[in-house]
Design a binder for this molecule. Structure first.
Ligand code: UD1
Length: 353
């Protein structure tokens, strides 16, 4: 069986790591295509090196652009690659412009498409990620869902017969990396002279938060005004938008820092008092590490983290300040699987092949 994975953005490299491992263990002929959506070494190369992902077989080098330009460039470049490779499956990941472009390219060429992380919904039709998820799910032949909630969403859209519940591959990675990081928990704290357990970790990169200067200014002011230091792991989109609006990212309690590699991020979160983020992956990682999270959005796709009390949605300064003091109740719930999702993905591809 030949599987062609298309990835392009940071969270997709994390999801690719356990898939590449499971594919190798199962003797799958696995071709990796990197679209080049993320090209900064800190958002791309570092994940391949650290998570032991094989070098991409093909690199499209599309880079940044408006949604149409970026999605269209990937779509145009993929036709030739898929035609030359003729895989049994094209496997697409998550909700980025790379995901949608690869799904459309494959479906037009009559190559079966499988969508990993299918069925997530924010029901916010202004989010580019929401367009990408809905369109990709409806174009795909096999929907690999991470949670029961995702399965329900797919059923509600008439897609139940293409859906299979596999669990969340990000749990696989976290479980593999967690053991190794215990030893160096606190590296970030040591670098910045912070006391372990007395700082917070923040990320802000969603267009809805970065691209409106007033909203961005309010979020940054809310973080800067918190009682403990907040390390802001600044994504390039945030850095660019903050610079354009003359908003300093180091101010008050806020300390801007470059993005971290995966194990360093997990160590930093483990050693923190809490996470404040608009990232999907980080909400779950905080939950799996049982670190309280505040999500700076109106809604989340990972509703289990909220229902279990470990995540609070808060978009203004008062709500964020109120949420930081909470202590969630302990839980042993495992809505994101058992750490073996990638093996189920490969088994599902073989079964449906
Ligand atoms: C993309 C995904 C988002 C995912 C996120 C993870 C879409 C629509 N969005 O958002 O779902 O959560 O990746 O990081 O696909 N830039 C750089 N260097 C890079 C990459 C981007 O400087 O390596 C800058 C560019 O100015 C670019 C901007 O960041 O215009 C936005 O990049 P883009 O790929 O459009 O989206 P992300 O915000 O990274």
């Amino acid at each position: 069986m030949k599987v062609l994975s298309v990835v392009g953005a940071r969270p997709q490299f994390v999801k690719l790591a356990p898939i590449a491992k499971a594919a190798k263990a199962d003797g799958v002929d696995h071709v990796i295509v990197h679209t080049g959506q993320h090209y900064d070494p800190l958002l791309s190369d570092v994940f391949f090196d650290e998570l032991g992902i094989p070098e991409p077989d093909v690199h499209l080098g599309v880079g940044s652009g408006s949604h149409g330009v970026q999605t269209g460039a990937i779509l145009a470049a993929l036709d030739g690659v898929i035609d030359a490779q003729r895989p049994d499956w094209v496997l697409v990941y998550g909700d980025t412009n790379s995901t949608l472009a690869a799904a459309v390219s494959a479906v037009k060429m009559h190559i079966p498409v499988a969508h990993l992380e299918a069925g997530l919904r924010s029901f916010n039709r202004r989010m580019p990620e929401e367009h990408n998820r809905v369109l990709t799910d409806h174009a795909s032949d096999l929907l690999l869902a991470p949670t029961e909630t995702a399965m329900r969403h797919l059923a509600a859209e008439g897609l139940a017969d293409r859906a299979v519940m596999v669990g969340d591959v990000m749990t696989d990675v976290l479980m593999q990396v967690r053991q190794g990081v215990a030893a160096h928990t606190g590296d970030l704290a040591a670098e910045l002279g912070l006391e372990p357990g007395r700082y917070r970790v923040a990320t802000v990169h969603r267009a809805e938060n970065t691209d409106d200067p007033d909203r961005l200014r309010a979020i940054i002011a809310a973080l800067a005004g918190l009682d403990q230091p907040v390390v802001l792991l600044a994504h390039p989109r945030l850095v660019a938008r903050a610079a354009a609006a003359s908003i300093p990212l180091t101010a008050g309690s806020l300390i801007a820092h470059a993005p971290l590699a995966y194990a360093d991020l997990i160590a930093a979160v483990s050693g923190s008092a809490g996470v404040i983020t608009d990232s999907g992956g980080l909400q779950k990682e905080a939950f799996l590490l049982r670190v309280p999270c505040i999500t700076v959005r109106e809604e989340t796709e990972w509703v289990e983290t909220v229902d279990l009390g470990w995540n609070v949605l808060a978009t203004d300064a008062a709500a964020i300040a109120a949420a930081v003091g909470r202590t969630p109740s302990p839980t042993d719930a495992a809505p994101y699987g058992d750490g073996h999702a990638a093996e189920r993905v490969i088994a599902s591809l073989r079964r449906a092949h």
